[in-house]
Design a protein around this ligand. Sequence first.
Ligand SMILES: *Cc1c(COP(=O)(O)O)cnc(C)c1O
Ligand code: SF4
Length: 740
Amino acid sequence: MMVTMYEDSNKDDGNGPQNGTGSVSVRLAELKGDMDEINRVKRKYPMKIPRYYLDLIKDKDDPIWRQAVPSKEELEDRFNLEDPLQEEDHTPVPYLVHKYPDRVLLLSSSKCAMYCRFCTRKRKVGRLQQIPIEDVFNAIEYIRSHEEVRDVIVSGGDPLMRSDSELEEILKRLRSIPHLDIIRIGTRMPCVQPSRITPRLVNILKRYHPLFMNIHFNHPNEITSESSAALKRLADAGIPLGSQTVLLKGVNDDPQVMRELMQKLIKCRVKPYYLYQCDLVKGVDHFRTPVESGMEIMRSIQGFTSGLCLPHFVIDGPGGKVPISPQYVKDITPDQIIITNFMNDLYSYPGVRKGDERQLFNKNVRKIGIALNLKKSLNEKDRFDKYAEFDDLETANAIRLALENTGYEVVLLEADNDFIFSLKESNVDFVFNIAEGIHGESRESHVPAILEMFNIPYSGSGVLTQAITLNKSRKKEILDYYNIRTPKWQVFKSTNQKLKPDMRFPLIVKPDAEGSSIGITNESLVFDIVSLKKQVRKVLKDYDQPALVEEFVTGREFTVSLLGNPPKVLPIVEVNFNHLPDGIHRFDSWEAKWIFDNPDSPVDPIICPADLKPKLKAQIEKVAKQTFDKLGCVDLARIDIRLDSDGNPHILDVNALPGLMPDPKMNSRFPKSCYAAGMTYDQIIQTILNSALKRYNLLLDPIKDRNKQKGDKSKRPERDDAFDIIATVTESGSHQASTP
Ligand SMILES: *Cc1c(COP(=O)(O)O)cnc(C)c1O
Ligand code: SF4
């Protein structure tokens, strides 16, 4: 009673000599098939092709032929396994596979209308007599006694090879199990023999809802008026239809073919469900494609046509189905996830922010301005050290190059009286700030203040920190407040002021608001009241600001560079005074910094990394980080520290805008530390940039702009490279910074 009704054209299912093979053989021979080869292969792997499917073959070796007609390659496969999914290991009762927690596969038939050449169950189908129905009923009892099973896939072979009444009996028994929610039927019948989907069959099926059907189509040519009509009957009966497709070389390993298939299925109300990477089944190796072609196909569907057409691409194996997705996620941090869309454009999606975090700039950075003050040549009446803090063109160009190397457009913005105008005109999205400022006691905070006014994000510390770190006595008050050691001090606003009785000579006299040893010369170290008054008068007059008088601490002197947020301490610099001639005091005076330390000097007054006992090193690093934190520094800072005669570190100064001279011979101390950590100059600049971008949650997308300008979409893959550069910079930057 079984299959005879529907098995029309041939009965060659491998069980010995059959009737009716003639018509198939005749047709295959007509199509110039090699009948010797076909007959040889089908002795090992049976052949059966329904008349309907046979008629879909247009040419030898076309996608329909390849799925149905034996090929000698099946016998040549020396690699693959009989049971690559290890289903036998998950078979608690015959004809049932229980691999997942809540669902099972019921093998209800060992027969199929056609024996697909790529079949996963090639070892089983077509070989045996039909599975005894009693064994199927027995497997159903397993489901009844396992309450965790809420979903059954009635599969095979093809369950629709069972007669209507047998099928109904199977469904009836399954439906009588209270904990079984879902019945799914997996069948290839609508594809290979649509006439099997009779109104009578559909009427039976719809009595057992919720009943789903998973069908199996591999090529658009399989969707004909007959198969469409069969699918319509099923869909009209309220049976949700899903499809499975196997990715097969020479059949459908082509984005266009696959897209067309998915679109045609959707038109028939079939939802593409799984796209399978070809299993490692023995006799099937010649159908295997690289996994990448499946990923490429998925890419060609996502976004290019409706999401309804998108199956899950999976590799099935002993561990079950594993979804394989093209890489849309490029980077993920707590601040943002960087993603590509179907056109390969980069986007960022911000992480969830806490209330106390800074404003989110949800935009891409393409153009960066470098705000700076370039050194000028001195006028006759200018003070000799007027431009000491300003940057030279060499530094500006090195920074520009480092930023351009990651793909940005970069402009230099001179932070002079025209800064506001050039800033607005430049249309920059971000400013790399190294501007020292031109006027006033808080000049280093001016550029940050202007940028905040225009809501333009920038690198380095903010307005308040820049103002405070430029003012030595304010800075010392704050350090004092946090019990961070700094030499005892007194501020002089006039020469008439009395020295506090607890201040001990020698004292050092400095302008209260300068950096780079400006106004600190060999004479600044004083040993008596007379020279103290002289130096105070000099500062008040020449630098037009109060004088800071500090006790002189006499131990080793260090410069500590910090980078990132929270900062990493880079290898520590020791300032060596041994090379200074007699009569030059051992401290970081103008002479020591700019005269006796020059590229032509035979001695290197800078030792990096400093030779430090671990305990002292830890002590210095701790106090440096504390200072960075308490003064509100971000991204980078350089902190000068000197030990007193008892070996306790004192903070001498904090520079939130450390010099960034690229030439190692110039002994610019911040780059010096970075070089000692193994960084290149580009990495220094890019790490500062990335630290700032992270704070603002900004995304860089330099290459996009470039391609847009070119209007050349074929060049798009270039984007990925640029992204990699960005990603590596972040990586190596943080890695390098953590080396010390
Ligand atoms: C595929 C499969 C299932 C069903 O998996 P779903 O992801 O729920 O479709 C169940 N059992 C076995 C053994 C399978 O191979
Ligand atoms: S219908 Fe399914 S089970 Fe039968 S041979 Fe084809 S792929 Fe294998």
